[in-house]
Design a protein around this ligand. Structure first.
Ligand code: GAR
Length: 206
């Protein structure tokens, strides 16, 4: 079964991936404890989800914390306080720029992106794919590095969007798969470790 890992989740909005992780833990599919939800958005729906699940919430309102760089430093301070094994970005829509944060948590921050990277980086990846006419898009789970949607790849999955009639349908189809994939990948951290080999993160079981 491996040993339970402690995680922090960062989310900016709806938080459906966050909810999938909460549910996965409750069902015993994810061998983890969520120590804290951190959000930059006081209006995030994720906050309600955390309250219901009795997960501590830290709101770091970027508008109040003054300079943009301050946000990352506040996040680092908060992460240090909760002492987690893994930091999970789940719809966290701010670029993490601070070298101090990235270096302190190197290969311990993971992100999920709704496309097969390097295709369709940045915002609204599902709309980008749909508008491009892509028949296949997908999702990527990767470690964070200094560049946008770029770090070593942990997991990718293709999703057929050829029959989707609009971008919303494509986004929904990808999102359903995100929920399942993120749970599995987070759980895998309790069963082994990832070794970085070039651009890929390779799973080595305990
Ligand atoms: C998800 O589709 C996630 O992959 C995406 O935002 C959505 C958040 O939904 N993230 C990015 O685009 C990051 N570049 P959620 O808040 O319901 O989990």
């Amino acid at each position: 079964m491996g040993s339970k890992i402690s995680i922090a989740v960062l989310a900016s909005g709806r938080g459906s991936n966050f909810q999938a992780i909460i549910n996965g833990i409750a069902k015993g599919e994810v061998n983890a404890d969520i120590k804290v939800l951190i959000t930059n958005n006081p209006e995030a729906q994720a906050i309600e989800r955390a309250k219901k699940a009795k997960i501590p919430i830290e709101i770091i309102d970027e508008k109040k914390s003054g300079m943009r760089e301050q946000l990352d430093l506040e996040i680092k301070k908060t992460l240090d306080k909760y002492n987690v094994d893994l930091v999970v970005l789940a719809g966290y829509m701010k670029l993490i720029k601070s070298k101090e944060l990235l270096q302190a948590y190197r290969n311990r921050i993971i992100n999920i992106h709704p496309s097969l990277l390097p295709a369709f980086q940045g915002l609204h990846a599902q709309k980008q794919a749909f508008d491009y006419g892509a028949k296949v898009s997908g999702l990527t789970i990767h470690f964070l590095d200094e560049q946008l949607d770029h770090g070593p790849i942990i997991y990718q999955e293709a999703v057929d969007i050829s029959d989707c009639k609009d971008e919303e349908e494509a986004a929904e189809k990808i999102l359903n798969r995100e929920h399942k994939a993120y749970k599995k990948v987070i759980d895998s951290f309790s069963k082994g470790k990832y070794v970085i080999e070039g651009r890929r993160a390779k799973f080595v079981p305990y």
